[in-house]
Design a protein around this ligand. Sequence first.
Ligand code: MGD
Ligand code: MGD
Ligand code: MO
Length: 784
Amino acid sequence: MTEQIRTVPTTTHWGTYLARTNGSRLLALDPHPDDPDPTRIGESVADASSGVGRLRTPLVRRGWLEDGPGPADRPGSRRRGDDEYVAVDWDTAASLVADEITRVRAQHGNRAIYGGSYGWGSAGRFHHPQSQVHRFLNLAGGYTRSVDTYSSAAITVILRRVAGGWQTAMDSTPTFEEIAEHGSLVVAFGGLALRNTQVNDGGLGAHLSPGAQRTAARAGVDFVSVSPLRTDAAEFLNATWLPARPGTDVAIMLGLAHEIVAAGRHDQDFLARCTTGWDVFEDYLMGRSDGVAKTAGWAAAISGIDADTLRTLAVRIATERTVISTSYSVQRADHGEQAPWMALTLAALSGSMGRPGGGFGCGLGALHRNGMRLNRVPAASFPQGVNGVADFIPVARISDLLTRPGREFDYDGGRYTYPDIRLVYWVGGNPFHHHQDLNRLAAAWQRPDTVIVHEHFANALARHADIVLPAATFAERTDFAAGREDPFLMAMVAASPPPGDVLTDYEIFARIAEKLGLEEKFTENRTAAEWVDELYERTRKRAATLDVQLPEWAELVERGRVRLPDLDRPEKPYAALRANPEAHPVATPSGRLEIYSTTIAGFGYADCPPHPTWLEPSEWLGSPLAQRFPLALVSGQPERRLHSQFDNGAYSRAGKINGREPVLINPADAAVRGIADGCVVRLFNNRGACLAGAVLSADIRPGVVRLSTGAWYDPLTPGGLDVHGNPNVLTPDHGTSALAQGPSAHTALVQVELWSGPVPDITVFGPMPGPPDRSAQPSSGGPE
Ligand SMILES: Nc1nc2c(c(=O)[nH]1)N[C@H]1C(S)=C(S)[C@@H](COP(=O)(O)OP(=O)(O)OC[C@H]3O[C@@H](n4cnc5c(=O)[nH]c(N)nc54)[C@H](O)[C@@H]3O)O[C@H]1N2
Ligand SMILES: Nc1nc2c(c(=O)[nH]1)N[C@H]1C(S)=C(S)[C@@H](COP(=O)(O)OP(=O)(O)OC[C@H]3O[C@@H](n4cnc5c(=O)[nH]c(N)nc54)[C@H](O)[C@@H]3O)O[C@H]1N2
Ligand SMILES: [Mo]
């Protein structure tokens, strides 16, 4: 019998594909033939989806079944992360979830349910997991939510206060094509790593960003990458590499600004007309207010970049059409608000702000869309309804939330209280990937009464849950997708049915809603297919109002994706501001870019002063702690996957060293530790330890190691050595400041040593821990 192989279109956050299928199983994802720079990330999907780690049936944690809901750190309880799972049927699982929601609502109110459920999930307008879970929980009376993102919390909140908002800054950021045409110099703090442009939230139709970067390079634009890692700028950019100490970007920018101002080269006209508070900042910059002039020499001592290099660069910034860009990494750090604010200030004084091909680069190159023409595909989404609970947390304060009920916290000028969380519901994100200080999270995670998770795989999140509901992947459902600010609309056609008893998130919620008497409200009597039709028709109607004709569904499926015409865009907000600040103010109290913010001054936060300020990070290469932990850890985005997704697949696993996540280490740092290329090493500090596979490379600055995020957390014992290489066992869990309370992942010191013990197996790619399989046990041989 010959297998009938066919292809159907689908899309992911890392590109658009033709899915090859035999009807019962996904065989491969082939990049869409029109993608000029496809990524290989999709090569992990097919084998992982049908592998041993795939969840195929609902599971309940034995301790939770036996003891009932309650904290897992009660005396005598089995802890979450250290227990077995029992298979149940869907009816039982749905009843357990519905009964528990009912109990928690009745006893503690809806604010005791944490449903923030942060994470990227997978593409699709209808099946988008967060839309599903939020609609469901809203119908059930609401939930404590989260605000902002792990990606860009600090930059979002600071720009909202001082620069008219993140979107305004994004809209003002020059594209690579504009830079090619008008620009001369790009100074990128944290670089603009090509590997990060593989990805766009919601999907992307074609990888056009590498080509756009090449255009800028060919046009003769010079790139300067300030970063501990050479490969944070594509080779073809021929970038000048300034291998700065991590966490010192604000000092470098201040040094550059000082040189420009001392030479009288700053754009006094723009500063006077279009900004406020320059005088206060200038007193700080020149040392008049604190006695410390922020000279190039001062910056050199902090950053390790020599003063003459900074002086030469300062002249270029002041005299050429320049973009000052910060990646998101520099704000995912202690005092992360300061670097983007200072970059905005440096751009404001440079002479290039609001001019074509110059100014502030808001995360240029951090994702596919950054530096591309921003489009707004008017795609409809699955309506989420209204949340009946007002409580929220800044997204990265999850461990604080679980351990500090009733305690107050600061956020962006307000004071709020952490609710007492009894139920955690997570769908489409993985806190055991994304959160800092995983050992602290694992302890905090014992506190709630119940944790419910929908997952594809037996990953660390599933292994720390009480009720685990197996969910279909993007390739097992039909939908359509549009990437954020991406010009394409994509069809997603199920390549195969899901395996085993697996259901889509929608079907799971519909079953639970039925038990709660909410089914009709949740489904509105539509099947998933009918919802997709409905949302696609809404999208077509919206597009028609913009004079864009979208094809019928069948034609979209036939073509796989369509490119929408570029919509007319208003003038860039900062260009309009420069032209006429009275007519085109930005959304700040003054209508200007605020280099000094009276609002922030009013908050009185010691860790977020009212103008850009160099504040020593809580740990960095210049701090006393570096005596014990002499290496700075940077944990950027992985080349071979999206975050932790499909780390169990072929392409991601092919990148491992001895089964461990690779850690980049400078040959000089390796030599003094007796570490050779390919060795297994142990990274450790006061928060935790993990194994990793050493890759010796001169591309990393001495004194810095890089371990990508996303290796599935695999502790040998609860809270013990992570044998796989997840950097978040090492990173600190505190807010960037009281202002944004963003994650501080890039602020970490570690030590590294050769691992000479036996190298433990990776278990997290295997099945969930179950009760001992008696059929597989040899008989005891005793009397029957
Ligand atoms: N140390 C350190 N930590 C970091 C960062 C860093 O730079 N350093 N970066 C941070 C950043 S920027 C981000 S955005 C976060 C990312 O953090 P996350 O977005 O939480 O990471 P993902 O691995 O994408 O998690 C998605 C999870 O959802 C599951 N999933 C996917 N699709 C579906 C679906 O349709 N239904 C269901 N039920 N589940 C689904 C996947 O299996 C996976 O477990 O990490 C942050 N963490
Ligand atoms: N392949 C792939 N691409 C992705 C993602 C993915 O998971 N995989 N995730 C996407 C997401 S969700 C996001 S938010 C973006 C994130 O985009 P970013 O946050 O910009 O990306 P990172 O990789 O965390 O960091 C970029 C580089 O910053 C450097 N760096 C770290 N600390 C410092 C510092 O203190 N100073 C300076 N100057 N440099 C520093 C590191 O060398 C690192 O390689 O990436 C997106 N792109
Ligand atoms: Mo992100």
